[in-house]
Design a protein around this ligand. Structure first.
Ligand code: 5GP
Length: 306
């Protein structure tokens, strides 16, 4: 959302007609971002989204590396005659766009958009709105500027964004100090009742059913970040969060050091992402998905303990 909204503001400021389409809902804690009220969600406006894809001259695909991440919207985008531009930092991008700007070592697509906008419009094109959007994306993708992907150059980008109007404390508060009571209690439930630790495999996981989501009055984004509590346990190198959705199990993986969850996810769970943060999915039941995950651990034991 940060990269899309930043580019949206830049293009709008330069006289273009722009529309952001998301394939599905995104977390409520991003609703405050400037331009959010103009975003179209394919799940709520499929017809309009398809028409926009057909009429577009140029389509930017931001912050994902494979067409399937556009879910049901993918067919319309791929069928469109528009030139397509991918700007992304995930590993191993597919070749589905006319132009691919893939920088796998960058910490965030928002960092790439910052450099892209500097090239196109110079420093003066970076407005307060654009700064807020880019700051948010860099902050969330780097775990608040702490992951190994964060470089001294990125700190300079962040400093520039603060100078052009991004308020660091206001953005942190909007994202991290804005949870509903339900979400906070849900987090408590995940940690107290659902966390499983397997010291032999240096692994921890949490699995949540649809019924539990309903019980805790789940809202979009409430499950974000919960996997990190499993990873935060001393000695754990691999963490997983399984969440039962309507027709599939969505999985978040996180790891420490050299263990690649991207590899695990793309090989066994139709997913991908980064070395230490990846996602995937399963169309099996929750129990079968967990059983599959557990069955993989003995084969990974040596790597996890090395
Ligand atoms: P999260 O666990 O926060 O949903 O995602 C972690 C990382 O993996 C993000 O960079 C996200 O873009 C990527 N990711 C999540 N789910 C999938 C998926 O199903 N396929 C691919 N290729 N990447 C994913």
């Amino acid at each position: 959302m940060g990269s899309s909204l930043a580019l949206y503001h830049f293009l709008l400021n330069n006289g273009h007609q722009v529309q952001i389409v998301t394939p599905s809902d995104y977390p409520d804690f991003l609703d405050w971002m400037p331009g959010n009220d103009k975003v179209i969600n394919y799940e709520h406006a499929g017809g309009k989204s398809k028409q926009l894809a057909m009429d577009a001259e140029l389509i930017f695909c931001l912050d994902f590396n494979t067409a399937s991440r556009m879910e049901k919207f993918a067919d319309s985008v791929l069928a469109s005659q528009a030139k397509k531009v991918l700007i992304d930092h995930h590993l191993d991008p597919d070749n589905f766009c006319d132009y691919t700007f893939s920088f796998e070592t960058s910490c965030a697509t928002c960092e790439l958009i910052y450099y892209f906008l500097l090239e196109l419009g110079g420093a003066e094109c970076i407005t307060k709105e654009i700064s807020e959007c880019l700051y948010t994306g860099i902050m969330t993708d780097t775990g608040s500027f702490r992951f190994s992907s964060m470089t001294s150059d990125t700190h300079l980008v962040v400093a520039a964004l603060m100078r052009t109007g991004a308020s660091n404390f206001a953005i942190h508060e909007n994202i991290y100090d804005n949870f509903s009571l339900d979400r906070t209690r849900f987090l408590g439930h995940c940690i107290k009742d659902k966390l499983v630790v397997l010291p032999e495999f240096r692994t921890a996981y949490i699995a949540i059913t649809k019924e539990e989501l309903i019980e805790y009055n789940h809202h979009s984004g409430d499950t974000e970040g919960i996997v990190n509590y499993a990873l935060g346990i001393k000695g754990v190198r691999l963490a997983a969060f399984f969440c039962e959705r309507d027709h599939l199990i969505k999985i978040s993986f996180r790891s420490k050091e050299n263990f690649s969850v991207k590899e695990l996810s793309s090989t066994h769970f139709s997913g991908g992402g980064h070395r230490n943060a990846a996602g995937g999915r399963s169309i099996e039941s929750l129990d079968l998905t967990i059983a599959k995950f557990l069955s993989l651990l003995p084969g990974l034991k040596e790597t996890l303990n090395s």
